[in-house]
Design a protein around this ligand. Structure first.
Ligand code: G
Ligand code: G
Ligand code: MN
Ligand code: NA
Length: 248
């Protein structure tokens, strides 16, 4: 309960910040997009998003947190022209009938091209409230916003859901990528998964790339985009700007 009050204040006061992790072209190594990730720094240390995101979902603060993350990350992304911005969206937000209108209003207010925005969602919502999820997704896709199915391969997400909900991209969960280092058939599972998505003409991002062997396997298996500590850790907006200057 105490943490709940602190979280409410943190959202209101801007103490929750966005860091950004590079999304890199598998063929050229160039940064083509950024994923915003929420960070909460307190006087006594950082609180992990694995703690405060579920807390926000439980105590009714996730809508406010989500709006805050969209606003701040779009504010930064405006100074990175040509790059896409990916923002994680909680299933609870997607089930809020007001969500789509809120997102569209924020884009207009901040004058940000909807075609540059990707919303990342995990599959849970597609099972629990498919009708509202579909309404939100359809409304946002109509204005040009893209959708990525996050953490693919670690839950119940099906290739069918990718198509039914009109996902523009699939993100392979990092647990499948790290399995490459320990299991012999890990690469076969990944290749099969990626080729199914590719058959549906859905491009694939691999998450959690930590070494060049993983990068090579996933590139050769057909991923067009890679993400992970090897290609760039989540960084402050300022550090992203320096990295982009170095590359250009
Ligand atoms: O940044 P990190 O890898 O520690 O994130 C842990 C989890 O928190 C991931 O599942 C990530 O998707 C989630 N997460 C991080 N930032 C946000 C956010 O702004 N909104 C939502 N809904 N989830 C987030
Ligand atoms: O659920 P989602 O995919 O949004 O989670 C992103 C989380 O994954 C972030 O918290 C980020 O810090 C973490 N992450 C990103 N790249 C790597 C990586 O290469 N290795 C590991 N272990 N975690 C990563
Ligand atoms: Mn994500
Ligand atoms: Na993930």
């Amino acid at each position: 309960a105490e943490l709940e009050g602190l979280l409410k204040n943190a959202i209101g006061s801007g103490a929750i910040e966005a860091v950004f992790q590079p999304l890199v072209s598998a063929s050229t190594g160039v940064v083509t997009g950024l994923e915003a990730l929420a960070r909460w720094k307190t006087a006594t240390g950082n609180v992990s998003p694995e703690i405060f995101i579920p807390l926000a979902e439980r105590c009714g603060l996730i809508d406010a947190l989500g709006v805050h993350m969209l606003r701040t990350s779009i504010g930064h992304a405006k100074s990175w022209p040509g790059l896409t911005l990916s923002v994680n969206v909680s299933p609870i937000q997607l089930c809020n009938p007001e969500f789509a209108a809120q997102v569209i209003a924020i884009l207009q207010e901040l004058d940000f091209d909807p075609n540059r925005l990707t919303l990342e969602i995990t599959e849970g919502v597609l099972m629990t409230n498919p009708d509202q999820a579909r309404r939100s997704i359809d409304q946002l896709k109509r204005v040009g916003i893209k959708f990525a199915l996050d953490d693919f391969g670690c839950g119940y997400a099906s290739i069918g859901a990718l198509r039914q909900f009109g996902f523009d991209r699939m993100k392979i969960d990092r647990s499948l990528v790290s399995a490459l280092d320990v299991t012999a058939n890990g690469a076969d599972i990944l290749r099969a998964t990626i080729s199914l998505a590719t058959a549906l003409q859905i491009p694939v991002t691999a998450e959690g790339i930590e070494n060049s062997r993983q990068a090579a396997i996933l590139r050769d298996a057909g991923c067009d985009q890679l993400q992970g500590y090897m290609l760039g850790k989540p960084m402050s907006a300022c550090d992203i700007s320096s990295r982009l200057r170095e590359e250009s």
